[in-house]
Design a protein around this ligand. Structure first.
Ligand SMILES: [Cu+2]
Length: 193
């Protein structure tokens, strides 16, 4: 009997903790393959740069993963796992050509870091292999998710509140929608080129 009471107390305490954070989930359609959905910048809120570094690999003559999502301020390690030299450059970040950059060209086993302080999509290219293409999507908040291949996504642990949420897909126009999170909320997007 005591155990049941204790269990009930634990369950109620857990529910009250969860009451202030929810999730945003839904589907991105109109495009095929992976998209990225993220909460836009929140007025008056800043987020510390994530301590964890992500890796964008160049392997099998491809950027892997094809799409890497990181929070603004994150450092990405660009690794070359191939036996040939690769280059990494981009002509803009979030469409801003002043943020174009060439990281250089380096051989197998080496990596170079870059800290992404500006939000936006970064189209990665390699000037040794013009067919190579990848993306880093830099989000202004830690609330982001990549969809699965069918377009389904879920952003976890979003504090209750009202936000603008944006869906991004390679080659498509971004779509933004207002979303109010109070527990679990749903938002779908339909993108077009
Ligand atoms: Cu290359």
């Amino acid at each position: 009997m005591k155990r049941k009471v204790l269990l009930a107390v634990v369950v109620i305490a857990s529910l009250s903790l969860l009451a202030n954070a929810g999730s945003i989930s839904g589907k991105v359609s109109g495009v095929s393959g992976e998209s990225v959905v993220y909460v836009d910048a929140i007025a008056g809120k800043t987020f510390p740069a994530p301590a964890q570094q992500s890796v964008m690999d160049q392997k099998g003559l491809m950027f892997q993963p094809h799409i890497l999502v990181v929070q603004q301020g994150a450092t990405v390690q660009f690794l070359n796992s191939d036996s040939v030299a690769h280059n990494v450059f981009w002509i803009s970040i979030g469409g801003n050509k002043k943020l174009g950059h060439n990281l250089g060209t380096w051989p197998q086993g080496e990596k170079r870091p870059f800290k992404f302080d500006n939000p936006g999509a970064v189209s990665l290219l390699c000037n040794v292999h013009p067919e190579m293409s990848g993306y880093v999507v830099v989000t202004p908040t830690p609330y982001f998710a990549k969809t699965d291949k069918s377009g389904e996504y879920k952003i976890e642990n979003v504090p209750d509140g009202s936000y603008s949420v944006t869906a991004w897909h390679e080659g498509a126009k971004n779509q933004s929608k207002p979303v109010t999170v109070a527990g679990d909320s749903k938002t779908d997007f339909t993108l077009s080129k």
